[in-house]
Design a protein around this ligand. Structure first.
Ligand SMILES: [Fe+2]
Length: 173
């Protein structure tokens, strides 16, 4: 015969369970490892951030070089874009270190491809594609990142890139 008094020592009576307050198992998923919910694990996040860091470094260096080749408003705009890329590099490095990874020192091949373009229009066109790639990569990745601080900064980076695509388009026109 079961002893209900013992049972109740470890299991509260059903009437005490607050279903509205979400005591059901699905609600406890939030306390599980993000990977169980389709989130990226630490290594996947570090790989993603380092991939972005390589690309941003290439963008920052490419834009800095381009800015040195022009004057006036165009130079100012290119410098602004370069500073943004450098800011993302710093943000990405900070997060990589925070979660225990090592920021890559590699500069993406985008730099060579960019500077090999013979005209400003061709460079701006490639920059546009590069910025678009970053936006797409972030759009694809953000739903799988549950680290709130990282999600906030990567969202800002995505929105910043959208703004810079529009900015570069104005330069090209
Ligand atoms: Fe970028």
């Amino acid at each position: 015969m079961s002893d209900t008094s013992d049972h109740n020592k470890t299991h509260p009576p059903a009437k005490d369970v607050d279903h509205d307050g979400c005591a059901s198992p699905p609600c406890l998923l939030g306390e599980l490892d993000p990977v169980w919910q389709g989130g990226m694990d630490r290594d996947e996040i570090i790989n993603l951030l380092n991939t972005l860091l390589e690309a941003e470094r290439a963008g920052a260096r490419g834009l800095t070089t381009m800015a040195s080749e022009y004057e006036g408003d165009l130079q100012r705009e290119l410098k602004t874009l370069a500073l943004d890329e450098a800011r993302w590099c710093a943000m990405l490095s900070t997060h990589i270190k925070r979660i225990g990874g090592t920021p890559t020192s590699v500069t993406g091949s985008f730099l060579e491809k960019l500077l090999a373009k013979p005209t400003l229009a061709a460079r701006l066109s490639l920059l546009d594609r590069g910025q678009g790639w970053v936006v797409a990569k972030l759009e694809e990745s953000l739903p799988r990142i549950f680290d709130a601080a990282l999600q906030r900064d990567l969202t800002e980076m995505r929105d910043g890139h959208r703004g810079n695509i529009a900015r570069a388009a104005r330069l090209a026109s």
